[in-house]
Design a protein around this ligand. Structure first.
Ligand SMILES: [Zn+2]
Length: 230
């Protein structure tokens, strides 16, 4: 059965104004959400720009069990809002109108540098583009048939890949294997006009390279190695 697409929350923080004040008569679920967004804004605003793996727990209950994910936030120079995502279930959103709220801690922020916290074993370490350098079944020329072969992982749990005549979209789950960051994904795409799909996995090795295997449903499978794109 296909998994439901993760929900996206667009939040105007001013709508929660007062919910956390003592004596507030906001209903409990609203207070819980208000607290969730308040914490994310406090962390993301104080930490200046960049991607942060927070300790804030995801609030979703897929299959009626609380999601074990911890939220990742992202804030960039050219965007007003704070983006967030749960690496486990893919729930994600953006928070706007947070500037000037009680949770806006920019006055304590470090100087304008991109802060990139090393998350431990979570999706954020995979975020971005990876250039495919080797594949078991195809040589470099074949890999780059449509342009440089790559994998790309996005904070919202999706991604892309391109190699030989294949272009595909990824649906990713992050975790750890033997202490190494692990991504497992299903993928779906196009191979020179034919619809293809499959699954795959990859780990980030100690040397920083991405090492994995991609499987075509009812077809080939191949190992691959990729390096961070500049
Ligand atoms: Zn979650």
């Amino acid at each position: 059965m296909p998994r439901a697409k993760p929900a996206t929350y667009v939040t105007n923080l001013t709508h929660f104004e007062g919910a956390l004040e003592p004596g507030s008569n906001a209903p409990a679920p609203a207070k819980k959400l208000a607290k969730f967004f308040d914490e994310l804004v406090r962390i993301a605003s104080r930490e200046s720009l960049g991607t942060i793996r927070t300790d804030v727990r995801c609030f979703t209950k897929p299959a009626r069990r609380a999601c074990s994910g911890r939220i990742v936030t992202a804030r960039s120079r050219d965007r007003e809002d704070i983006a967030w995502a749960c690496p486990s279930c893919g729930t994600n959103g953006v928070i706007h109108h947070w500037q000037g709220s009680a949770a806006d801690l920019r006055r304590y922020a470090r100087p304008e540098v991109e802060v990139l916290k090393k998350p431990s074993g979570a999706g954020a370490v995979f975020e971005g583009a990876w250039r495919i350098t080797e594949m078991e079944l195809w040589d470099r020329e074949a890999i780059d048939l449509l342009g440089p072969g790559y994998f790309r992982f996005d904070l919202d749990g999706t991604g892309e890949c391109q190699f030989i005549a294949v272009r595909g979209g990824l649906d990713c789950r992050y975790g750890e294997r033997d202490g190494q960051p692990l991504v497992e994904f299903s993928w779906q795409g196009d191979d020179d006009g034919t619809e293809v799909c499959g699954r795959g996995w990859a780990v980030i090795e100690v040397d920083g390279r991405l090492n994995g295997r991609i499987f075509f449903h009812d077809g080939d499978d191949s190992s691959f190695v990729a390096s961070r794109s500049k």
